[in-house]
Design a protein around this ligand. Structure first.
Ligand SMILES: O=C(O)CCC(=O)C(=O)O
Length: 279
């Protein structure tokens, strides 16, 4: 069956945009399937949807799984608790390479964020295809990494934030006491495409299980530098009303913080898998 949407790739490794999503026609099941197919293939997908309602945002999220009620961020309230507000005026920032909440046992599989207020320029978001980065490793390195696991710990960025004076000590203690950490495979297999992807980030990954400290540090430093090569990336310059969806199993992302003192406000939903989050 042909897709009801026209999808244009924005890069050979990662990124695409939908050219003709018409929300006045509603969101049919075929349209939702076409969005999912394009997302899984291109890993980050831009929709140009200034008319998107929060209800439609939630409907797209619910197509992928269970929309998350986020623990930390404010939301749109009654009936729309799963639509989170991320606003630089509230001190929100995400200028670090990360998978969303990889410290959870089952992290979100998809996140989708829409630009509501943008600075005059700047505030772009970048993604890295961790499947393309994995593919580019040698066969022997892939084989070595395939059997390893690494720890993801929310305390890592909190400690960095405390040192940079961007969180209060009270907030730091509150988060540290939650002790949110989890051991994940360093290479995960996508349940739909069967593609393998590296699952590590400089934000949350603290160490590789079973390696000596120096070995783990050296291996992670190599892998982070490897993944951040420009050819594995995709950068989106936002226009008001754009929504980008990303596949949290396949990509890292980083929202550039280069627009202060201007405001940047996003509305966001993230989605938990209804079954296992990776194959
Ligand atoms: O604001 C953005 O562009 C992305 C922020 C982010 O990291 C997130 O929503 O998970």
């Amino acid at each position: 069956m042909s897709s009801p949407l026209t999808v244009r790739p924005l890069g050979p490794a990662i990124g695409a945009e939908v050219l003709d999503l018409d929300l006045s026609q509603g969101l049919s099941p075929d349209t939702l399937v076409a969005i999912e197919t394009a997302l899984v293939k291109h890993e980050a997908l831009v929709l140009h949807v200034p008319a998107l309602t929060p209800e439609q945002h939630l409907a797209i999220a619910a197509h992928f799984g269970e929309p998350e009620v986020h623990t930390f961020f404010p939301n749109l309230g009654a009936g729309l608790e799963q639509i989170t507000i991320i606003d630089s005026k509230l001190g929100d920032r995400a200028d670090m390479w990360h998978h969303d909440e990889s410290f959870l046992p089952s992290p979100p599989i998809v996140t989708m964020t829409q630009a509501k207020i943008l600075p005059p320029c700047g505030g772009d978001t970048c993604w890295i295809s961790m499947s393309t980065a994995y593919d580019a490793l040698s066969g022997r390195m892939k084989h070595y990494l395939d059997s390893l696991e690494a720890w993801h710990d929310m305390n890592r960025p909190m400690t960095a934030a405390l040192r940079q004076n961007v969180v209060t000590h009270e907030r730091y203690l509150e988060v540290i006491q939650m002790n949110r950490r989890h051991l994940h495979p360093m290479v995960i297999t996508h349940p739909v495409t069967g593609r393998k992807a590296l699952f590590i980030s400089p934000t949350y990954t603290t160490h590789i299980e079973g390696l000596a400290h120096a070995e783990s540090e050296a291996m992670l430093a190599f892998l982070h530098a490897h993944c951040q090569q420009i050819q594995f990336g995709f950068r989106h310059r936002w226009t008001l009303g754009d929504m980008v969806l990303w596949d949290n199993r396949s990509v890292l992302h980083n929202a550039i913080l280069d627009y202060q003192p201007h405001q940047r406000r996003m509305q966001r939903a993230s989605v938990f898998a209804r079954g296992p989050w990776h194959a």
